[in-house]
Design a binder for this molecule. Structure first.
Ligand code: GTP
Ligand code: MG
Length: 268
């Protein structure tokens, strides 16, 4: 009982993102300090880790760093999820957990696989649209959860987009990852809104749509409107605070995981 109540209070981070983006590599690196060979994940896995001593948590910001170093390391939980499109229900279930909502969310993207020039297909990049669609859907589910919440609307959800694989020379820098994803989410949002428009007109014609709440929920558009460009900053209106930080879970070159630890520390 003691152990489970301690675990329930331990800050927890949910790790999401498409298959192959490096979620398991990142969780392993944050747990053990080194990389290891990974296989595609089929079930979620929660591990315990500790904030490194070099990263001072936000709750300690007004006290001396020297004092902090004498303290026991701050524990945290990381939940790795499978990224395959058919296995994302695990991620959505954890996301919707009301008994144990995550302290923060890490959405891992493969920064070396997002540029359209990076694919031989010339033009449409599957990795980009798959990544942006998953990200769109996760943000929309957070927006809906906020709108449907009867209480605790004040609680902000820290959301990190981890631009991974920056050790590779083909990788986009974090700022470009941000703008590329915003642009593709704008496109997805427009397409979805057009689809919804079709559905709702049919609904009206048949005398179906209109008053039921579920219908309204279904028609909800990310960021409230499909007009103009989608910006991550808009999500602040739904208390989702998005930051894009680059790094690499494996490989010696590149910024490593320091920026992600800094972000995690800022939530503790
Ligand atoms: P699923 O479990 O299928 O959802 O994928 P995942 O997101 O867990 O991906 P995983 O961690 O298994 O990594 C996929 C591949 O990318 C592996 O071959 C990793 O070694 C590689 N990888 C992960 N992070 C990095 C990185 O920072 N740099 C480089 N170069 N490769 C990476
Ligand atoms: Mg995995």
């Amino acid at each position: 009982i003691y152990r489970s109540s301690v675990l329930a209070k331990t800050p927890s981070f949910l790790v999401l993102g498409p298959s192959g983006s490096g979620k398991t590599a990142l969780v392993t690196k944050l747990e053990t300090g080194h990389g290891s060979k990974t296989h595609t994940s089929q079930i979620p896995l929660t591990v315990q880790s500790h904030l490194p001593k070099s990263t001072v948590p936000k709750s300690w910001q007004y006290r001396s760093t020297a004092d902090y170093e004498t303290k026991a390391p701050k524990p945290l939980l990381l939940t790795d999820t499978p990224g395959h499109a058919k296995l994302r229900h695990y991620a959505y279930n954890s996301l919707a957990s009301t008994t144990n909502p995550p302290t923060g969310i890490l959405f891992v993207v493969d920064a070396a696989d997002l540029s359209s020039s990076g694919t031989a297909t010339g033009g449409a990049n599957f990795a980009l649209s798959d990544t942006a669609e998953y990200l769109h859907d996760v943000l929309l589910s957070l927006q809906k959860a906020y709108n449907n919440a009867k209480t605790s609307k004040a609680k902000e959800i820290p959301f990190l987009v981890a631009a991974n694989k920056l050790d590779l020379f083909t990788a986009l820098p974090a700022v470009a990852v941000k703008s590329t994803l915003e642009k593709d989410i704008t496109r997805i949002r427009e397409t979805r809104a057009r689809g919804l428009l079709g559905v709702s007109t049919i609904g009206k014609g048949e005398g179906l749509g209109g008053n039921d709440e579920e219908g309204d929920d279904e028609r909800e558009v990310l960021g409230g409107t499909s007009e103009g460009d989608f910006k991550f900053a808009t999500m602040e209106e739904w208390n989702v605070s998005v930051e894009v930080v680059g790094g690499n879970a494996v490989g010696e070159d590149g910024p490593g995981v320091e920026g992600w630890w800094e972000w995690i520390g800022a939530q503790l």
